[in-house]
Design a protein around this ligand. Structure first.
Ligand code: NAD
Length: 357
């Protein structure tokens, strides 16, 4: 099959990690008889330098026409002035909004060979952690009305959380579909003892659950969920939650795996088009040194194969290859520990290719 991939390397280590990932996609293509066609586009700081805007119109248009988007990272100290009118991060919001990507999938997977990277005790981690957080991305309090006004005679401010049933239903469906591809267990996180939007959320989850009788559903208040994530993370398979709760819980879930250079993400919308990127930033402190960990981006490409192209076997081959490289003791600096073999960006990329072949 033939797939069109829009590639946005971005800034800092973005181009380095994306290069390794494109090599991996090509290798999978050769092995399974697929062709990936790449269109390289600019966004972020490099686009500000070249075009004066973080997200040139032609970049967004090309992304919309592609089958999937692969993004490295954007940003860096050069463009960090908080008073600047244009900032690299605006590209991310523009891409998500422009492609209507309302769902953020963030797997937090702690590979057994990287156990020592987790801040949690061995007794809690067991043989690893494997959670997928499904976060609503284009609604809720981050998008509701906000402002400043006098409250009780003194200066005040307000933000508004709003959801409609369609917004909850569509994210719920993705969460249930995700659970069906995993261990068929879904935890919906809300604050239904207090918030009306959470009660609406819970009702819709219950309604959608009827279409997925094989999935076990439980509801959890967000305060409890944040405790349970560190107390007993192994109880979770898929977590679905609103924009703000998801923002916080997905970072907490990433943290317990201890390795930012390993974690991929997907932003999805109505159709098959999705945007795939590592959760880390452009790491300007190590850019150009050949030591960045490309595995988060390579694992993002595996998600691309799974969610946009429906190529589950191929996705698993990439994930298996990454695991093998780790099991054999190869590490980039960010995940290095005693007794392991330190390698750079290109070398770890090459090792992944070797395992795939
Ligand atoms: P960061 O994720 O770039 O880096 C945090 C730390 O982790 C650094 O020490 C870095 O060297 C290390 N690190 C990150 N990814 C790594 C990798 N793949 N391999 C090895 N080490 C890695 O976060 P930051 O320093 O807060 O932000 C740097 C820039 O990136 C900022 O301009 C920020 O706005 C931007 N940013 C972009 C995105 C994105 O594009 N999605 C996300 C977060 C931050």
């Amino acid at each position: 099959m033939n797939f069109k991939v829009a590639v946005i390397p971005g800034d800092g280590i973005g181009p380095e990690v994306v290069e390794q990932t494109v090599n991996v996609l090509n290798c999978v293509g050769d092995k399974f008889n697929h062709t990936f066609e790449y269109e390289y586009l600019i966004a972020g700081g490099c686009a500000i330098d070249e075009k004066g805007v973080p997200l040139p119109e032609e970049t967004l248009e090309a992304c919309k026409k592609a089958d999937a988007v692969l993004l490295g990272a954007v940003g860096g100290p050069k463009w960090d002035d908080p008073n600047a009118k244009v900032r690299p991060e605006q590209a991310l919001l523009g891409l998500r909004g422009g492609m209507n990507l309302y769902c953020n999938l963030r797997p937090a997977l702690l590979y057994a060979p990287l156990k020592e990277a987790s801040p949690l005790k061995d007794s809690i981690i067991g043989d690893g952690i494997d959670i997928c957080v499904v976060r609503e991305l284009t609604g809720g309090i981050y998008f509701g009305e906000r402002g400043r006004e006098e409250i009780d005679g003194v200066p005040g401010a307000y933000d508004t959380e709003r959801y409609n049933v369609n917004e909850v239903r569509r994210i719920a469906k993705i969460a249930f579909e995700t659970a069906m591809k995993r261990d068929k267990k879904l935890t919906s996180v809300d604050k239904a003892n207090i918030l009306e939007t959470s009660r609406l959320w819970r009702g819709v989850i219950e309604e959608v659950a009827k279409d997925y009788p094989e999935v076990t559903v439980n509801h959890m208040y967000v305060d409890n969920a944040s405790m349970q994530l560190v107390r007993d993370p192994k109880q979770f398979d898929v977590i679905v939650t609103s924009n703000m709760f998801g923002d916080i819980l997905s970072d907490e879930a990433s943290m317990i795996t201890g390795s930012i250079g390993m974690l991929p993400s997907a932003s999805l919308g109505e159709g098959k088009l999705g945007m795939y990127e590592p959760i880390h930033g452009s790491a300007p402190d190590i850019a150009g040194k050949g030591i960045a960990n490309p595995l988060a981006t390579i694992l993002s490409a595996a998600m691309m194969l799974r969610y946009s192209f429906n190529l589950e076997t191929e996705a698993k081959v990439i994930e298996g290859a990454v695991l093998k490289v780790l099991e054999e003791g190869y590490r980039t600096g960010d995940i290095m520990s005693e007794g392991m073999k330190l390698v750079g960006t290109n070398e770890i990329g090459r090792l992944v290719l070797e395992k795939i072949e």
